[in-house]
Write a protein that binds this ligand. Structure first.
Ligand SMILES: Nc1ncnc2c1ncn2[C@@H]1O[C@H](COP(=O)(O)OP(=O)(O)O)[C@@H](O)[C@H]1O
Ligand SMILES: O=P(O)(O)OC[C@H]1O[C@](O)(COP(=O)(O)O)[C@@H](O)[C@@H]1O
Ligand SMILES: [Mg+2]
Length: 342
């Protein structure tokens, strides 16, 4: 069997470990052949792929990014797109199945293509932890580690100057990176999209920290909005899929806090640092296991399914189930963290 692999959406530490896990398992257990599509769905639409042999994946599990490249190309738009064209390209090149590694967007596209008869298996990828139907995906643990280290570093400079630091982390429309890194780093307030808050409450937390002689540290998720804002802050235009590019809320909040509390405030936006570099050991193991399981799913003809982590087991679920709703931070987890604010 010849299997095509693609990585799509925002890159994420652990993508290469999935590719390595899939190729090793496929070659060793099933005598499979592999090709890699370049730049996500773009490689599928343009028929742009390269062979991946066993020696190509040597030492790959610790390498950040993706050797295949990624993009936010829509497989339903433009020349060569759509299920009929894609199936023709696969037939012409003797490619029997696709393993699509991506987040909720990539997997939604995969589901639409499998509904039209294509043979695709999904592997969940997200630093945001916004995918339902998997307890975690690789990338999240690494992003939280990076954000936590940044928070630790910001605290020493904040304490040295008696300043308030506002740290912005990624996460799109969910607050998992903020919640976990904020809790790990002992943040005095964590602001997430699931819980719009008013500026007076934020300043109350900040002032109570200052009154104890400490430097306040606020972690804010990029998708957070104050309760009087209609939507998340965005001033960077649209992404390739015409969605607003998020980011910049920390830059708005810091001066508001300074003006209301009189505490000198600074903002830091962590941005793509959270997605760069080597994956954590946890993410390498998870990614390798998901990659291996995705090949088994191909040999089980489990089209339209996604490999998933349930507890400590790797299982399969239908992609439809996985992309039906976002994995948001539940109320109970926020209430639990809130005890520590101020
Ligand atoms: N409903 C959809 N139908 C077809 N393609 C989609 C759909 N949603 C997302 N995609 C494609 O998948 C790409 C990757 O999705 P995105 O959300 O950017 O990353 P991720 O897969 O990491 O969530 C998008 O840029 C878009 O081209
Ligand atoms: O890389 P870009 O296009 O700047 O996108 C930034 C977005 O990508 C992410 O890092 C990951 O999102 P996806 O999993 O949807 O790709 C988000 O946290 C962030 O909002
Ligand atoms: Mg997404």
């Amino acid at each position: 069997m010849k299997i095509g692999i693609l990585t799509s959406g925002g890159d994420c530490p652990g993508l290469n470990a999935v590719i390595r896990g899939a190729v090793l398992k496929g070659v060793i257990s099933h005598d499979a052949e592999f090709v890699g599509f370049r730049w996500g769905w773009r490689g599928v639409v343009e028929g742009d792929f390269m062979p991946i042999e066993r020696h190509d994946v040597r030492g790959l599990s610790k390498q950040g990014g993706t050797i295949l490249g990624s993009s936010r190309t829509n497989p339903f738009e433009g020349e060569g797109s759509g299920p009929e064209n894609i199936q023709r390209m696969l037939d012409e090149n003797g490619i029997n199945a696709i393993i699509a590694i991506g987040g909720e967007g990539t997997l939604t596209a995969a589901r639409r293509l499998t509904d039209a008869g294509l043979k695709i298996v999904g592997v969940p990828k997200t630093i945001d932890n916004d995918l339902a139907a998997t307890d975690y995906s690789f990338g999240f643990d690494t992003a939280v580690e990076i954000a936590t280290e940044a928070i630790d570093r910001l605290r020493t400079t904040a304490e040295s100057h008696g300043r308030c630091m506002v740290v912005e982390v990624m996460g799109r429309h969910v607050g998992w990176i903020a919640l976990h890194s904020g809790m790990a780093g002992g943040a005095h307030a964590i602001l997430i999209p699931e819980h719009p808050t008013n500026i007076d409450q934020i300043c109350e937390w900040v002032e109570s920290v200052r009154d104890r002689g400490r430097a306040p540290l606020v972690v804010v998720a990029e998708g957070f909005h104050l309760d009087d804002m209609d939507e998340a802050h965005s001033h960077k235009g649209l992404d390739a899929f015409n969605r607003p590019r998020l980011g910049g809320i920390a830059e708005r909040l810091a001066p508001m806090i300074e003006e209301r509390t009189g505490i000198e405030s600074r903002d830091t936006v962590l941005g793509h640092i959270q997605r760069g570099g080597a994956p954590s050991a946890y993410d390498r193991v998870l990614a390798t296991r998901l990659g291996m399981a995705s090949v088994d799913a191909v040999y089980d003809s489990a089209w339209g399914s996604m490999v998933t982590l349930r507890g400590t087991d790797i299982e399969t679920v239908s992609i439809a189930e996985a992309v039906g709703s976002l994995n948001r931070v539940p109320e109970s987890r926020y209430d639990e963290a809130k005890i520590l604010f101020g």
